[in-house]
Design a binder for this molecule. Structure first.
Ligand code: HEC
Length: 708
């Protein structure tokens, strides 16, 4: 029925009359969805053809981030303009993909805050703030981010930074249930979007560096009860194994890994689902600590670190795995976006799964069996030469494990590709990958101390990744690049590329309009032709972008929406480059349509550091100790070499540099805890915290000199 041509009264009559004549006896429970967020099993399985809506994180269970909407296309795109914007009011990283169902948008900002908006106007319907304790960020490697919600039969599900999974009434935002998915005492965090499969909400978690044992869990949508949990790494063998898969995995570990925080292997982002095969695919993260020599002395593959694992979504039962980086030692997570597609392979259509994990290889895997079909590096890499197709294993470059001396590793811990979603366009057959090119030195640490609840990487890589000397830092700058890469999975070859100014840009969306959409670190929302990479349109977002765009339609009108507001690991850590290049964080939802012409106000401020350091304190040895402690404990938030990305105060401008008692109260006792500055007294004696102050004072003098 085309409602536009029908008389309104007639519609009313039909609406009143229709439900009555539905044969109630054959109605499955799923066939009577609630009026809002009316997503159910049938609808999600048919999402590919439900083009007006974007009902789950990657649009469909195959996570292609491809839409057949084509009103906005190569010809019309120049007429695209801003329809509305919504202020998220949180000045931290914004990574969410919005969900749109039947005219309502559900999106998140940092601190796991959920907003429901009218998708046509941007008018706020409701907000849910889980009130995360701000100092929980001490367990979050990569900012207070959240990547979005899932919806199902009138409920909205959000994973909260502190490990809660919350079910909200989609009409009102009221809490239906809330469960702790993790032991709140442990340094787990949730930043990923849940997925819903047949009445179960699936959620993983992060925190591997801080010392946790990774898992994914399924909860009943109605009661919030745990249905199953699948651990990705074995626990203490003396306590017995949960299942056969854990027993198999334990044979690939050495030493007493469970005493160093539990092995890691968190499932913090990627999931995909094939309803025909009844297989759920999850991406598993890095080890705790990164350095295998410390984690599992003497070697071993350390299953299921850095693996793609196929599970039965009903029971959590293990089916198969493919390990991208056996015995990972570089933070090479395989949590990156997984895409399912059916592609031509050696004359036959194969059901494949594609991933471009951090380690630099693009993998095409048979998703029925887990068989590796092909692998090729999508960026220049230094740690391996190729993947051996007989064994399915990477052939490592001697020395890459930095056992004896340091090694310049590309890609580094930020990956050749990080969480920023890629997309697959079946019309062009290409995958659009937001790529990072970013080397870092890795070395054995002089001594390793496991500190539960604090970042434990077990390499001197982080310290070495940005040299302290100004000239050496400058020399590294050209090595840090980012680009949009169009990759042909059939030939495993690059088709086109667009270079960006910095490495940390947005995820991608692609559509049947022959378009690819991407936001950039330098504040542009850009549209390229999908076949050739020709730039067709751009819009100044007035702030950096890391989130991917999404698209939907209401009453035959296509919209494209993107959340803007730069942040995440790179933005926090690489302050020096960020301060030089970046725009202030103004977190917003921006929504575009043809014929609209909205403009964003110019942002005429930028946070900056005002230097006023006291005279230098401490001798060279003191400062060296302070430097190491700073890079171990403070750097993740306040930036490498005490240069902050300005989402969090730059300590070189802090008045506490003049105030030893105040410094102690803030740093060791948590005087600013409610604002997100945790107490670090457990890890820093008063003397040690003074060495950090001496180091920061030195850096303040250096910064002041450079500014003159
Ligand atoms: C998990 C993130 C995080 C870590 C790790 C962290 N800080 Fe902070 N810190 C913050 C935040 C957020 C603030 C801002 C608090 C506010 O707005 O009042 C802050 C503020 C401060 C301030 C006050 C700055 C000012 O002038 O207002 C000092 C001093 C400080 N931090 C020192 C440290 C030191 C030293 C370390 C390492 C031992 C450290 N911080 C580790 C997040 C962090």
């Amino acid at each position: 029925m085309k409602s536009r041509s029908a008389h309104p009264l007639l519609i009313l009559v039909l609406v009143l009359w229709l439900p009555a004549c539905e044969p109630s006896a054959t109605v499955a429970p799923d066939a009577e969805p609630a009026a809002v967020a009316a997503v159910d099993r049938q609808r999600l399985r048919a999402a590919e053809t439900d083009t007006d809506n974007w009902m789950s994180y990657g649009r469909t269970y195959s996570e292609q981030r491809y839409s057949t909407l084509d009103q906005i296309n190569e010809e019309t795109v120049t007429d695209l303009g801003l329809a509305w914007s919504f202020d998220l009011k949180t000045e931290r990283g914004v990574e969410a993909t919005s969900i749109v169902v039947d005219g309502v948008m559900y999106t998140t900002s940092s601190w796991s805050i959920v907003h429901a908006l009218n998708a046509r106007t941007g008018n706020l319907l409701w907000t849910y703030d889980p009130k995360v304790a701000k100092d929980k960020t001490r367990h979050a490697c990569c900012d207070a981010v959240n990547r979005g919600v899932a919806v199902w039969r009138g409920q909205v599900f959000v994973g909260v930074l502190d490990g809660r999974l919350v079910a909200l009434n989609a009409a009102t935002g009221a809490v239906n249930w809330s469960v702790a998915t993790v032991d709140p005492e442990l340094p787990y965090t949730i930043t990923g979007a849940p997925r819903v499969i047949d009445g179960k909400v699936l959620i993983g978690n992060g925190g591997a560096e801080y010392g946790v044992r990774g898992f994914i869990a399924a909860y009943d949508v109605n009661s919030g009860q745990l249905v199953w949990r699948f651990y990705t790494v074995p626990g203490d063998p003396a306590l017995g194994f949960e299942n056969k898969a854990m027993e198999m995995a334990a044979a690939t570990w050495k030493g007493e890994w469970w005493k160093l925080g539990g092995g890691g292997g968190t499932v913090w982002d990627a999931m995909a689902y094939d309803p025909e095969l009844e297989l759920l695919y999850i991406g598993v993260g890095n080890g705790t600590p990164w350095n295998r020599e410390i984690r599992s002395p003497g070697g071993g593959d350390n299953l299921f670190l850095s693996s793609i694992v196929a599970l039965r979504p009903d029971t959590g039962e293990y089916v198969w795995h493919y390990q991208t980086t056996p015995g990972e030692s570089w933070d090479y997570t395989a949590t990156q976006h997984i895409i399912l597609a059916d592609i031509e392979w050696e004359g036959k259509t194969r059901k494949v799964l594609m991933q471009a994990p951090k380690n630099g290889f693009f993998y095409v895997i048979d998703r029925v069996s887990g068989e590796l079909l092909s692998a090729n590096n999508y960026i220049d890499i230094t740690w391996a030469t190729h993947v051996d197709m007989d064994t399915g294993r990477p052939v490592e470059v001697p020395g890459a494990r930095y056992e004896e001396k340091e090694f310049l590793v590309t890609p580094s811990y930020l990956g050749g590709h990080n969480w920023h979603p890629m997309s697959y366009n079946p019309d062009t057959g290409l995958v659009y990958i937001p790529v990072l090119d970013f080397p870092a030195n890795y070395a054995q640490p002089e001594h390793f101390l496991y500190r539960p609840g604090v970042s434990n990487v077990g390499t001197d890589g982080i310290i070495g990744s940005l040299p302290d000397a100004q000239s050496e830092r400058e020399a590294m700058r050209p090595l840090m690049q980012g680009r949009l890469l169009a990759w042909d999975p059939r030939t495993q070859r690059e088709v086109w590329r667009v270079e960006h100014k910095g490495p940390w840009n947005g995820g991608t969306l692609t559509t049947a309009g022959n378009l690819v959409f991407q936001g950039t670190a330098d504040g542009n929302f850009v549209i390229f032709s999908a076949d050739e990479g020709k730039q067709l349109w751009d819009f100044p977002t007035r702030t950096g972008v890391v989130a991917p765009a999404m698209t939907y339609a209401i009453d035959g009108e296509q919209y494209v929406s993107i959340n803007v507001g730069w942040g995440g690991a790179y933005a926090l850590v690489f302050g020096e480059f960020v301060q030089a290049e970046s725009l202030p964080n103004v977190s917003r939802v921006l929504t575009f349509k043809l014929g609209a012409s909205g403009q964003l106000p110019n942002v005429d401020w930028k946070p900056r550091v005002v230097f006023n350091p006291p005279p230098p304190t401490g001798d060279a040895t003191t400062i060296r100790i302070g430097y190491a402690l700073y890079q171990d404990i403070c750097m993740g938030c306040h930036g490498l070499n005490a240069v902050s990305g300005l989402l969090i105060p730059d300590l070189r401008g802090s008045a506490y540099l003049h105030d030893a008692a105040g410094w102690n109260a803030v740093v060791r006792e948590g005087a600013l805890r409610v604002n997100g500055m945790a107490a670090f007294g457990q890890w820093l004696s008063k003397e040690q915290s003074e060495t950090v102050r001496s180091y920061v004072i030195q850096q303040a003098h250096r910064g002041q000199k450079l500014q003159q």
